[in-house]
Design a protein around this ligand. Structure first.
Ligand SMILES: [Zn+2]
Length: 85
């Protein structure tokens, strides 16, 4: 058993799910963003979840609308439009 350099605490799947909206908004601090991507790299469940979230956004044009203010939502939409080009 080797304990690898523990600079980064591994995110749990639940933490990742809670962070996914911020991740998609590009609102995660660099460190969390990095941890998010480390988790995603080896977790097919979360890869599927992220893909599903992206698809939902593409189809509905929004992300969890009930959780977003109108300003946040339109900022988000602008951001996604920017990404898609
Ligand atoms: Zn996971």
């Amino acid at each position: 058993m080797t304990q690898t350099d523990n600079t980064y605490e591994e995110l749990s799947c639940q933490e990742l799910v809670e962070l996914v909206t911020d991740y998609l908004e590009g609102a995660l601090p660099a460190e969390l963003h990095d941890r998010f991507e480390r988790h995603i790299e080896h977790c097919s469940g979360c890869q599927a979840y992220l893909a599903q979230m992206r698809e939902t956004i593409r189809v509905t044009g929004s992300l969890a609308p009930e959780a977003l203010s109108p300003e946040a939502e339109s900022a988000l939409l602008d951001a996604f439009r920017g990404w898609q080009r």
